[in-house]
Design a protein around this ligand. Structure first.
Ligand code: SAH
Ligand code: SF4
Length: 415
């Protein structure tokens, strides 16, 4: 099977239904929920109303049990339970770093495993979400890149990570449902408590920076993020969501137009020679093409800059000349940009080392001096292998020869 609608043919598996013959409602649009209710026997009008209610319970209240849906008739709840489920990924392992970062190893209904990371900060909490099991691509500094692409995650499996994080952080609203009137059984349900706000939340931001290349799973990522942004559910603003791509140029304009979230681009090098080596997708979509696509990215402006991610690799891409060239390119393409310098996070068998702290500082200050912001990202969760580029779900330890073979296969698949 090919990834539908895609430019680069990459094979992927199919996604089985979770819950046996019951349909998992997580990941369906509101209309699609209405559709499955009609198929199950409701008339169109009733289905539309129920879909709206169920949506609210799933995404606003975090409910997984139809019995808890108090505005749905008691007699109807077992009928729903017999036919549908509100699924969650299975947690295989949960780890907490000594800096507070949390990592979960999750399993899908078919047993496929993927990881999700939560990074708490003083003023925000960021959930790093995976889009694929493994990755289509083979950036040489990335642990996920040593895995084959096993399959794309479905929209429900992507949004399921956000739901599960909310469960784990215990932050579903406790008041009554906004717009549905106060709950007479809830003593605390005063006027204020009945309106849910994001204030005081731990999970405030989402980055599509876990395992996988989100733009090679466009439709499912789009479906998931539309749900995350829906005002009657999780209601996260598009300004609080960032999608990171290694540079799948033909999908970038659609990402801007159809999803509209912030864009981060894994640039990592400023010459063809070095980028071809460390981000091999560059052989297909080169730096000029990539930066031109960035310049045309819908919605990017000085208030919403494109983030250029740049991993600091010792003696590979970290010279003063590299920094100057980076500035030149950004100015040449007139990009509303900020640069995010990422100290390389090591993993077993990685062929690179991190630049020295002095080198990273010097690189950063050269860029800052030209008027472009270039903060250094503090590595988080390294002790539990939760930092950028350390995620990998397969427990196997491939040999160097196997790793080379996987890299060759991936390159051949890109043509
Ligand atoms: N596939 C997407 C998003 C996931 S990776 C992409 O490549 O953009 C999130 C960021 O971490 C990317 O910028 C990626 O290049 C970077 N990264 C990968 N491996 C890393 C490592 N070992 N150390 C530091 N950053 C890494
Ligand atoms: Fe895939 Fe991103 Fe890792 Fe590259 S950096 S191998 S695109 S996950």
């Amino acid at each position: 099977m090919q990834i539908p609608g895609h430019i680069d043919p990459v094979t992927t598996g199919t996604v089985p239904l979770r819950g046996g013959n019951r349909i998992d409602l997580v990941g369906l649009t509101r209309d699609a929920i209405g559709g499955v209710l009609v198929e199950a026997g409701l008339d169109a009008k009733a289905a539309k109303l129920r879909a709206k209610q169920i949506w609210h319970w799933i995404y606003h209240r975090g409910v997984t049990d139809f019995e808890a849906m108090t505005d749905i008739a008691k007699a109807m709840r077992p009928w729903l339970t017999d036919r549908f489920i509100i699924g969650r990924p299975t947690v295989r392992e949960a780890q907490v770093s000594n800096d507070g970062t949390r990592k979960w190893l999750l399993a899908a209904a078919d047993g496929q495993e993927y990881e999700m990371v939560f990074i708490p900060d003083a003023d925000r909490g960021t959930l790093c979400v995976s889009s694929q099991v493994g990755c289509t691509l083979n950036c040489r500094f990335c642990h996920t890149g040593t895995m084959r692409l096993v399959r794309n995650l479905a929209a429900g499996e992507i949004v399921g990570q956000v739901l599960l994080a909310r469960d784990a952080l215990g932050e579903w609203p406790k008041g009554t449902m906004a717009g549905f009137g106060p709950d007479p059984e809830d003593d605390d349900a005063d006027e204020e408590g009945s309106h849910y706000t994001a204030d005081g939340r731990m999970l405030t931001n989402i980055v599509m920076m876990g395992m996988g290349e989100p733009l090679y799973n466009f439709d499912e990522v789009k479906g998931a993020l539309k749900i995350v942004m829906d005002g009657d559910g999780l209601a996260l603003s598009k300004r609080r969501i960032t999608l990171s791509t290694s540079g799948v140029v033909p999908m970038m304009a659609r990402a801007g137009e159809e999803i509209g979230v912030n864009l981060a681009v894994s640039l990592h090098a400023v010459s063809k020679e070095v980028r071809d080596e460390i981000v091999p997708l560059n052989r297909k979509y080169g730096i000029e093409e990539l930066l031109a696509a960035c310049a045309a990215y819908p919605g990017a402006n000085n208030a919403r800059r494109i983030t250029f991610e740049y991993v600091m690799l010792k003696d590979k891409n970290d010279s003063d000349d590299d920094a100057r060239e980076l500035v030149r390119l950004i100015k040449h393409y007139n990009l509303p940009a900020k640069v995010n310098l990422i100290p390389f996070n090591p993993w077993p068998g990685a062929p690179y080392e991190c630049s020295s702290p002095e080198r990273v500082r010097a690189f950063s200050s050269l860029i800052f001096k030209s008027g472009i912001s270039a903060p250094v990202r503090t590595p988080r969760g390294r002790d539990i292998m939760a930092a950028c580029g350390q995620l990998k779900s397969a427990a196997t330890k491939p040999t160097r020869a196997e790793l080379d073979r996987i890299a060759e296969e991936k390159q051949a698949a890109l043509g």
